[in-house]
Write a new protein. Structure first.
Length: 338
């Protein structure tokens, strides 16, 4: 009888804990938490009250604050660490990882300064390990509460993705496969930036037509950059693209949307982020996204305005007016459709 692969999930925030709970139903799974009290809560009470309230986790899920204990015997490494701490955590655990095991990123961001995708960071720190991403419209509390949802696991080799798909799929959580790692990662990073814009629009009570316009143009921007970087246009029409974008832009559970709403209410970005217990990746990603757009000569006016609001003191009202004053051209200009 084939032994079930052992899974290590590094990072016990809301999404990391949820993925660990999903995996624990099919495979021995260990969740690493930076705080010992979080690890104790998961193992003893089957909850992560800090991030997920009283929602119940799979009772077989084990958690630890010892990184070596979590990693050393793993057959699959799942990284649920925010982008700004991703490399440092990988470096810390690199000596304990078994050779060649796949590494799956849950982080929907870009490394600050380098603007690298998380799988590119994996390639640098753990060369030789297959690196991919799990992404999609995945609001952790809804999934843990048993509501229907889906995601896509993107790996360069579909044969590597197959067992990961089996480990993570549950009755009400479906996992699809893809080989477009670039597109899936770029979509995941960009949707957070656009969710800030959606939050601003909501906070300014701009109306449903405006929000629909914003989301449609965000898809166009996302696709232009993703294709220019080597992604498939189909990815941006699927779960990793429009699916994740919609969930993040419309849900009150979205941290990035909340940032936009608070900006529209007149709070500073420093005040907003200081009050948050979890990272809103769009805040950190918007500057990198604009720099990547410049590198690839891609026009991204929405992302540019959000970067100006977050990093350069532009008001949400000014950003809104700047976007409205743009002269429309052909709808799909610069978007590769096939």
């Amino acid at each position: 009888m084939t032994r079930a692969p052992r899974v290590a999930v590094i990072g016990a925030g809301s999404w990391g804990t949820t993925v660990a709970s999903l995996a624990a139903a099919h495979a021995p799974t260990t969740l690493w938490a930076r705080r010992a009290e979080v690890a104790d809560d998961v193992t003893a009470s089957h909850t992560n009250s800090r991030y997920l309230g009283d929602l119940t986790l799979d009772p077989s899920l084990h958690a630890t604050a010892d990184l070596e204990e979590a990693v050393s015997g793993a057959d699959v490494l799942v990284m649920a660490v925010p982008s700004h701490g991703f490399r440092a955590t990988l470096v810390e655990l690199a000596d304990q990882v078994r050779p060649w095991i796949p590494v799956v990123s849950l982080s929907k961001g870009l490394e600050p300064e380098s603007r690298l995708r998380m799988t590119e960071v994996v390639d640098q720190v753990l060369p030789g390990h297959p690196a991919g991403v799990l992404t999609g419209p995945n609001l952790a509390k809804e999934i843990l509460a048993g509501r229907g949802a889906a995601a896509v696991v993107a790996m360069p080799d579909e044969q590597v993705a197959l067992p990961l798909q089996e480990i993570l799929t549950r009755d009400l959580f479906k996992v699809y496969r893809s080989t477009d790692v670039i597109g899936a990662e770029i979509a995941g990073a960009l949707k957070n930036v656009f969710a800030i814009a959606a939050g601003i629009a909501s906070g300014m009570d701009s109306g449903d037509n405006t929000r629909a316009l914003l989301i449609c143009r965000a898809i166009a921007e996302m696709t232009r950059l993703g294709v220019a970087m080597g992604g498939s246009p189909l990815t941006f029409a699927g779960l990793a693209g429009i699916g994740d974008l919609l969930a993040t832009c419309i849900s009150p559970l979205s941290r990035n949307r909340t940032v936009g709403e608070q900006l529209a209410a007149g709070r500073s970005i420093e005040e907003i982020t200081a009050a948050m217990s979890m990272v809103a990746e769009g805040v950190k990603a918007c500057g990198s996204v604009v720099a990547l757009a410049d590198d690839h000569d891609v026009e991204m006016p929405i992302a540019g305005e959000i970067d100006a609001v977050v990093n350069r003191g532009r008001t949400p009202e000014e950003a809104y007016q700047n976007l409205l004053q743009r002269v429309p051209s052909t709808e799909f200009r610069g978007v590769a459709l096939g």
